[in-house]
Design a protein around this ligand. Structure first.
Ligand SMILES: *[C@@H]1O[C@H](CO)[C@@H](O)[C@H](O)[C@H]1NC(C)=O
Ligand SMILES: *[C@@H]1O[C@H](CO)[C@@H](O)[C@H](O)[C@H]1NC(C)=O
Ligand SMILES: *[C@@H]1O[C@H](CO)[C@@H](O)[C@H](O)[C@H]1NC(C)=O
Ligand SMILES: *[C@@H]1O[C@H](CO)[C@@H](O)[C@H](O)[C@H]1NC(C)=O
Ligand SMILES: *[C@@H]1O[C@H](CO)[C@@H](O)[C@H](O)[C@H]1NC(C)=O
Ligand SMILES: *[C@@H]1O[C@H](CO)[C@@H](O)[C@H](O)[C@H]1NC(C)=O
Ligand SMILES: CC(=O)N[C@H]1CO[C@H](CO)[C@@H](O)[C@@H]1O
Length: 344
């Protein structure tokens, strides 16, 4: 075998092993994916119509912040929050993506992945398209085929079917996730991770006892998802405020994280699945700082089931938002960037 072919073979083999979480091996108390949500392309004033205007309704990122996150704080995973309607407008089966929105998305994905980090493409659509619950699995599958074709050759892309499903049938949520998986794999994107969320904002603490409009819990139905590439990640949110929804900057106790995650951890273990805390945050206070550290330590101790954690959020328009990790002026930046780094 030619020398470069050997390197190639070894390289592919190494990537493949890394990309497929087929065994639950404890990774020395380290999380595999540590990073932050990037907010901007999904933003929308409740009164504005879709798709909205770049620079008025929504924005893209200051890519220099990626440099700071990667080099200074050793983050390796970025969740890029987008809206489906801006990428594929009119109807989900439209195979022509908006060239400008796709251009910004592609530029961002390239920037992140060329640094060796993961770019998770995440429509923040809450299971809705133009405000209506998505009820056609075949249309949703077509949407994902269109998107995945554009990114199928980049192994550091992750596809996140949808974020923030709420007030929906959990079985419909499962079926939509399965359609996304099928569409992505059919597009030829076979090596990438796919992330799925459950119903009711996918709050980790409600994984076993919260229910969708069909009275089914995520724990009851989400385990049935299948993936030919065996690279699924169950993404859940785990905010540390009393309600667990991320709308308050106080933390009721310093052990909220493990308290709320323990049942989801048991489910991952019993069902041989991998989880990721795709959104978490706490306010800038001693109690929240302790709560965040305790949660990250718990996740690391359970790193054979929990693959990582992504802070909510950073982005150029976060302003004085209580959880903003935007370098270097974000309200939470100086407190939490070092904490996230020490847990990478
Ligand atoms: C990003 O979007 C803006 C506004 O639509 C557009 O002018 C610009 O060319 C896009 N950038 C890329 C890299 O495609
Ligand atoms: C499915 O969604 C479409 C688009 O929102 C809507 O027009 C249609 O009534 C829905 N069908 C069912 C059976 O809910
Ligand atoms: C949830 O769905 C029900 C039935 O469609 C509707 O009546 C209710 O207003 C919805 N609640 C929210 C918070 O969207
Ligand atoms: C679900 O269980 C958690 C504790 O694990 C509890 O705090 C919460 O109130 C429960 N929710 C429901 C809807 O039963
Ligand atoms: C958080 O909740 C407390 C107690 O209800 C309230 O005083 C405070 O204003 C809330 N903070 C935010 C940011 O909503
Ligand atoms: C972009 O981010 C970098 C790194 O944090 C910062 O130095 C720069 O001022 C930012 N640019 C703008 C236009 O905000
Ligand atoms: C505080 C906040 O905006 N949280 C959002 C984080 O992302 C989830 C979806 O993953 C939304 O449902 C939350 O509203």
């Amino acid at each position: 075998m030619h020398f470069t072919n050997i390197l190639l073979a070894v390289g592919l083999l190494a990537t493949r092993t890394f990309a497929t979480p087929s065994t639950h091996n404890k990774r020395s108390d380290k999380l595999q994916f540590v990073g932050v949500n990037l907010s901007g392309p999904e933003l929308r004033a409740s009164t504005s119509s879709l798709p909205g205007t770049y620079g008025t309704d929504y924005t893209w990122f200051n890519l220099s912040t990626i440099d700071v996150f990667v080099s200074q704080w050793q983050m390796n995973t970025f969740r890029i929050n987008i809206l489906m309607e801006r990428l594929v407008s009119g109807c989900m089966t439209n195979t022509a993506m908006d060239p400008e929105y796709l251009g910004n998305l592609t530029e961002t994905v390239k920037y992140i992945t060329q640094k060796g980090a993961y770019a998770m493409i995440t429509p923040m659509n809450g299971g809705r398209y133009y405000g209506s619950i998505i009820n056609s699995t075949s249309d949703f599958e077509a949407f994902w085929t269109t998107v995945a074709v554009a990114f199928k050759d980049n192994e550091r892309v992750m596809f996140s079917a949808n974020a923030g499903y709420y007030n929906m049938s959990t079985q419909l949520v499962r079926n939509l996730n399965q359609a996304a998986i099928n569409g992505i794999r059919a597009a030829g994107a076979t090596s990438q991770y796919i992330s799925v969320e459950g119903s009711e904002l996918c709050i980790a603490g409600l994984w076993t006892n919260g229910t969708g409009s069909d009275s089914a819990s995520n724990a009851q139905v989400m385990g049935a998802l299948t993936d030919a590439s065996d690279s699924l990640i169950y993404q859940m949110s785990s905010y540390l405020d009393p309600a667990g929804t991320g709308f308050n900057d106080t933390c009721a106790s310093t052990t909220l994280g493990p308290d709320r995650l323990v049942k989801a951890t048991a489910w991952l273990q019993a069902n041989n699945k991998f989880g990721l805390v795709g959104a978490y945050a706490g306010g800038v206070s001693w109690q929240c700082t302790a709560a965040v550290i305790t949660m990250l330590e718990y996740l690391a101790e359970n790193s054979d089931f929990w693959l990582g954690a992504l802070w909510w959020t950073a982005g150029p328009w976060e302003g004085e938002y209580m959880f903003s990790l935007e370098p270097t002026t974000g309200v939470a930046y100086s407190t939490y960037a070092p904490i996230i780094k020490s847990n990478d």
